[in-house]
Design a protein around this ligand. Structure first.
Ligand SMILES: Cc1cc2nc3c(=O)[nH]c(=O)nc-3n(C[C@H](O)[C@H](O)[C@H](O)COP(=O)(O)O)c2cc1C
Length: 188
């Protein structure tokens, strides 16, 4: 008997306020745009007035098996639209429960695709940022865990405020594509 074809559907939620001036995030999006198993959902483009259609977001989340949050690090944090999205969309009954019952997100995988202005060395305990990036991402990763998403790690490119070469960006985007195309998750 033939096995049913099971495709892992991935939702990439993009939260960059100005993709026309972006290098890293725009590069990544150009690289993945033809992937059939991936839905790219650009929050700033979808909601220019910042008013999020919560039902629509819930439907999108239900329809996918893996959720990727793609954003540039702004002030050691997510961009403001992504925080607005968390507050509006991740609500009790849908995204989390208090009685141990599964949420609508339970069992789905999640990972982060971040772009970072400072270098990796800056994000060392003796660097200017004083702690590694994963410590800054802790509120996000804990939010995902609280919503019963299975957090897998993050894919990052550092040093974007410096003259990051086109080659580095191309390699970053190719690795991003490889992960998404194969429904793999980043290590780390
Ligand atoms: C408002 C703002 C805040 C930023 N805050 C940080 C930060 O806290 N840490 C950091 O490493 N880079 C920071 N950056 C740099 C961005 O992370 C970087 O420009 C971005 O990841 C590059 O991606 P892009 O080419 O897609 O725009 C900031 C940039 C802006 C505009």
């Amino acid at each position: 008997m033939e096995k049913p074809v099971t495709t892992n559907r991935t939702l990439v939620i993009v939260a960059h306020p100005n993709l026309t001036e972006s290098r890293a995030n725009a590069n990544r999006l150009a690289e993945i745009k033809d992937l059939d198993n991936v839905t790219v959902h650009d929050l700033y483009a979808t909601y220019p007035d910042g008013k999020i259609d919560v039902e629509r977001e819930h439907q999108l989340l239900r329809e996918h098996d893996t959720i990727v949050l793609q954003f540039p690090v702004y002030w050691y944090n997510v961009t403001s639209m992504l925080k607005t999205w968390f507050d509006a969309v991740l609500i009790h009954g849908f995204a989390f429960t208090f009685d141990g019952s599964p949420s609508a997100l339970s069992g789905k995988k999640a990972w982060l695709a971040v772009t970072v202005g400072s270098t990796l060395e800056t994000y060392a305990t003796d660097g200017a940022a004083r702690r590694p990036l994963d410590e800054y991402l802790a509120p996000v990763t804990q939010t995902l865990a609280f919503c019963q998403l299975d957090y897998q790690g993050f894919h990052a490119v550092y040093g974007m405020i410096f003259e990051t070469s086109d080659e580095t960006l191309a390699l970053d985007a190719k690795e991003y594509r490889r992960l998404l195309a194969n429904s793999e998750t980043p290590v780390g």
